[in-house]
Design a protein around this ligand. Structure first.
Ligand SMILES: [Fe+2]
Ligand SMILES: [Fe+2]
Length: 331
């Protein structure tokens, strides 16, 4: 997917040479005509003791941010196609980091769906659930690719998957007891699917309200639809587990629901991103698909309430079959 087209080149620009003070080194930025970036580089000379003051003054100027590079302050100004939004250097760095964070989370979701598919097969679920779980993995690959593409465009270099050590240990085993296995799968579906996938879908919807940049709008639109369908898959997995496992599954779900009710609200930004986000233009962040930070807590709370309410409705009508009467689907 091409994501660079949202930056308009307003006049022909070819290349700039940037000399570093106190060194012989010369850095050259080349702008290919097809990239379509508008980049302005202003080399400023400043005494180190006055660098912070210059940064503050410069930050107050419309749409500009200065990044210190070995004694030279460079200011980049980026304009969206509609001309209404300006992304400064700090904003682009923040956008790259934030989209990269999402890309990694999306990528980690791929094996999570693999695990769901493996568990469903182990439990002899209907093939339709297995098919949807596998489609879910492909959806997450698509999401990861979109997020990596956005992160790469903002970073100005190719970014992609890195090794994830936490995944190297592989997937956990299911309990040998079918009733316990169904309970485990149902509980995981409630938290990781019904709740968190609906939360992700709602966040994408919320961010779309402010997003004006085409590629991020496309990614958010796709993710909002897919994550909502993943949440629905989770509800169907829960229903399958209840139908197959009866009362033990219901008890487990009630216990997990109590845990969901007290889960801490996630922070809008990771600690290591706070300084970067503080320097960024909040309007540009929103225009480029990074929603308002306050949306996190509000969306989390409403999705949690909706999930618990829906679960309660489901459990109120859930069958209470003893485990001995459950028909085991041959695998
Ligand atoms: Fe996703
Ligand atoms: Fe998802």
């Amino acid at each position: 997917m091409k994501v660079k087209s949202h930056i308009r080149r307003r006049r022909p620009l070819n290349s700039f040479a940037l000399s570093r003070h106190g060194a012989q080194e010369v850095a050259v930025t080349t702008l290919a005509p097809t990239v379509g970036h508008l980049v302005r580089i202003n080399p400023l000379t400043v005494e180190p003791s006055k660098t912070d003051k210059l940064l503050q003054v410069s930050l107050s100027r419309d749409g500009e941010c200065h990044a210190p590079v070995a004694g030279v302050q460079s200011a980049n100004l980026h304009v969206t196609r509609d001309g209404r939004h300006v992304a400064n250097c700090a904003t682009r760095r923040a956008l790259a980091e934030l989209w990269l964070r999402d890309a990694e989370a999306e990528y980690a979701s791929v094996p999570a769906f693999g695990q769901v598919a493996w568990q469903l097969a182990a439990l002899g679920s209907p093939a339709s659930l297995l098919a949807r779980a596998n489609r879910g993995a492909l959806d997450e690959i698509d999401h990861a690719e979109r997020c990596y593409a956005l992160a790469s465009a903002y970073a100005g270099r190719a970014l992609g998957p890195a090794p994830m050590r936490r995944l190297s240990r592989g997937m956990g085993k299911l309990p040998r007891s079918r009733a316990k296995a169904l309970s485990v799968v149902a509980g995981e579906a409630l938290v990781g699917g019904a709740f968190l996938e609906s939360y992700n879908a709602a966040l994408a919807h919320a961010w779309l309200e402010d997003a004006t940049e085409a590629a991020s709008r496309e990614a958010l639109t796709r993710m909002a639809v897919d994550e909502a369908s993943h949440a629905e898959l989770a509800w169907d997995i829960i229903a399958f587990c209840i139908d197959s496992g009866g009362e033990p599954v219901v008890r487990r779900l009630r216990g997990v629901a109590r845990l969901v009710a007290v889960l801490p609200t996630p922070a809008a930004y990771r600690h290591e991103h706070l300084a970067l986000v503080a320097l960024a233009d909040p309007h540009a962040l929103r225009a480029h698909g990074r929603g308002r930070p306050e949306a996190w807590a509000l969306t989390y709370a409403s999705c949690r309430n909706e999930t618990l309410t829906r679960l309660e409705r489901l459990l109120a009508g859930a069958p209470r079959k003893p485990i001995s009467s459950i028909e085991v689907t041959p695998s």
